[in-house]
Design a protein around this ligand. Structure first.
Ligand SMILES: Cc1cc2nc3c(=O)[nH]c(=O)nc-3n(C[C@H](O)[C@H](O)[C@H](O)COP(=O)(O)O)c2cc1C
Length: 385
């Protein structure tokens, strides 16, 4: 490959963290942590990516310290890891030490499933699922979740009470403290894809008329309080990464913002709360988000907030995640040149790679040295390769 990728191998400093390069492993649920505890196999899996030269690893979604954070989110998971309790924390310590031993950096992605948690499942089956307004979301607009499942969870429940909201925020704070104490290099927040934080941002699932709902800016309050609580516990040295998305699992066509001005209403307050890097989750990194500019969602986040941003979506592959799930085809890497063009324009500062890094732990090293990258193998999605 004759494309010059060396510009991606410049260090990046953000707060107290120095990354050796701009390639980031995207957060990917693996479901290999029985009782919420990542074992030696999980530690080895992350270490392989650090050994492969990837500058930063974002872990799979990790349940925060709240009873309803995790369950089977319509996807049949049951071995999802969490970030509380002696055994899980010891497991994560092994992961962190392994990655550091290989010269890498790693941050946990803090996750609360919110409305997506299947009631009656997870480590605390009796806990009610957390829904800002008691709503799962519109039905009939998703293709990734089985209709029978939606039928079962669609009935409205009690909206979250003031004390339930505070309990969840405290859970994020405790897990952020654990992250710092374990030696993680920052904290990533899952604010996307129709999970709890996103359902506060989205008008379809946040119909509250108290201080947690209202217009687009008012709906950011939960996200901002979570970020502030994380900052208090994580300290000033650790960067906070924030993932957001237009699309929801409940509705792929959903949009939090239809113009840059609306996006500013969402991201402005979240940025002010203390986010360092925005990660606008899209399926194709090269799609323009709004008419009249080629910028993608992360590009707009950077332009609007002045913070760092991270590109994601089909990098090193020619098919997005859900499209390739439908037709089983993910293709090979032919978009690195396009990636470099956009990167060199300054649209984003970091490049997150998901499935291509599941497929090939040494992806980053191979990209840098022009080695051939293996064709995508769908089986990797279900293995701890
Ligand atoms: C197996 C798998 C699990 C995923 N789990 C998560 C997750 O836990 N948290 C998250 O924010 N995104 C998750 N994603 C989305 C990825 O982070 C990424 O945005 C998506 O795969 C697109 O990037 P790619 O085209 O490079 O794979 C997952 C994706 C895959 C393939």
């Amino acid at each position: 490959m004759s494309i010059d990728v060396e510009p991606l191998f410049q260090p990046l400093h953000v707060r107290g963290l120095t990354l050796a390069n701009r390639i980031v492993m995207a957060p990917m649920t693996r479901n290999f942590s029985p009782q919420g505890v990542p074992g030696l196999d999980v530690a080895a899996y992350y270490r392989r990516r650090a050994e492969g030269g990837t500058g930063l690893l974002i872990t799979e979604g990790v349940g925060v310290d709240h009873p309803a954070a995790l369950g089977d989110a319509g996807l049949g998971e049951s071995n999802l890891p969490h970030l509380y309790g002696e055994a899980a924390l010891a497991g994560w310590k092994r992961v962190v030490d392994g990655v550091h031993g290989a010269g890498g950096k790693i941050v946990p992605q803090l996750w609360h499933q919110g409305v997506m948690r299947d009631p009656g499942t997870g480590p605390h089956p009796q806990a009610p699922s957390m829904r800002p307004s008691g709503l799962w979301g519109p039905t009939g607009r998703t293709s990734s979740i089985a209709p029978a499942y939606i039928e079962r969870v669609q009935a409205p429940t009690q909206p979250m009470s003031e004390s339930e909201i505070q309990d969840v925020i405290d859970g994020y704070a405790r897990s952020a403290r654990h992250a710092r104490e374990l030696g993680f290099d920052g904290v990533a927040v899952h604010g996307a894809h129709g999970y709890l934080i996103d359902t506060f941002l989205w008008d379809e699932t946040n119909r509250r008329s108290d201080g947690w709902g209202g217009d687009r800016r008012a709906r950011t309050r939960f996200a901002t309080e979570v970020v502030r609580a994380i900052r208090r516990e994580a300290g000033e040295a650790l960067p906070i990464f924030f993932r957001f998305s237009q699309w929801k699992q409940q509705d792929f066509k959903a949009r939090l913002a239809t113009t840059p001005r609306e996006l500013e209403e969402v991201l402005g307050p979240i940025s002010d709360a203390g986010v360092d890097v925005f990660d606008g989750s899209v399926r194709y990194f090269d799609r323009a988000e709004f008419e009249g500019s080629p910028l993608n969602l992360s590009g707009w986040a950077k332009k609007i907030t002045g913070k760092l941003s991270m590109a994601i979506g089909g990098i090193g592959l020619d098919r997005g995640f859900y499209d390739s799930k439908r037709d089983g085809r993910a293709g090979g890497s032919d978009n690195i040149e396009l990636l470099m063009t956009r990167y060199l324009r300054g649209e984003f500062d970091l490049v997150a790679v998901g499935r291509a890094l599941l497929n090939e732990p040494g992806w980053t090293h191979k990209l840098r040295h022009g080695h051939e990258l293996p064709p995508f193998d769908e089986a990797r999605l279900k293995e701890l390769h």
